[in-house]
Design a protein around this ligand. Structure first.
Ligand code: C5P
Length: 225
């Protein structure tokens, strides 16, 4: 089967990364979590007190940021995000980063920096990338574009369970507010707002099991190859 580019976009906590990892495993593709890149940049800005309202400070800071994914040899769909040689995987999932990431991801210089690297990663095809603007901006000519949605209450519950497993102080309300705020900023920003690409297929997984969503997506892959 010929290798293609698969893009998965959608609102926060729709299960995009779960489907992307399932597809990467089944198809022996590379999985790229583009959100991890925006999270790592945000972490760097917070740690280094970068004033991100100042474009010169942002441009300067970006020259000091090196992002890399490291793959687990056995489960190559499991990638860890490295920021300047350090594994920042647990840190970028923290609420401190989640609270600021959409603000940082709306900055033009930040998006240009991330998108250029994402486009390079897709040159060899055989890639599944999830995010907000992958089908619209990063790979507008991708062979298969999926736009995922799920009921808000279901998305909040899923994200809460994920975060609560690591931090018992987190509240459902806090998670709900963060999710709604990120969706709002991501959908209303000026550059590459979250949108369904005209040729994307909608996948509402509110009532689907993991296996059902995978089977659907695999059928679409077959149709696209
Ligand atoms: O996918 P995840 O929830 O980890 O993404 C974190 C944030 O990164 C999003 O809320 C959004 O602000 C930003 N993002 C983006 N474009 C992408 C992927 C993520 O703006 N392609």
């Amino acid at each position: 089967m010929k290798k293609i580019i698969i893009t998965i976009d959608g609102y926060s906590s729709c299960g995009k990364s779960t489907l992307a990892k399932q597809l990467a495993r089944e198809l022996d593709y590379v999985y790229i979590d583009s959100g991890a890149m925006y999270r790592a940049i945000t972490l760097y800005f917070i740690q280094n007190r970068v004033d991100w309202a100042n474009s010169a400070a942002v441009a300067e800071a970006l020259t000091n940021i090196q992002l890399e994914f490291e793959y687990d040899e056995l489960h190559h769909e499991q990638a860890s995000m490295y920021l300047n040689g350090e594994n920042v995987e647990p840190l970028i999932r923290d609420m401190v980063v989640a609270d600021k990431v959409s603000e940082v991801a709306a900055i033009r210089e930040v998006r240009e920096f991330a998108v250029a690297q994402q486009q390079q990663m897709g040159e060899k095809k055989g890639i599944v990338m999830d995010g907000r603007d992958i089908g619209t901006t990063v790979f507008p000519h991708a062979e298969l574009k999926i736009f995922m949605t799920a009921d808000t209450a279901i998305r909040v519950e899923r994200r809460f369970r994920e975060l609560y497993a690591k931090n018992k102080n987190i509240t459902l309300q806090e998670v709900k507010e963060n999710l709604e705020l990120r969706d709002y900023i991501d959908s209303n920003r000026e550059i590459s707002p979250l949108r369904k690409a005209a040729d994307a297929i909608i996948l509402d997984n509110s009532q689907l099991s993991m296996d059902e969503q995978l089977q659907l997506a695999l059928q679409w892959v077959e149709d696209a190859t």
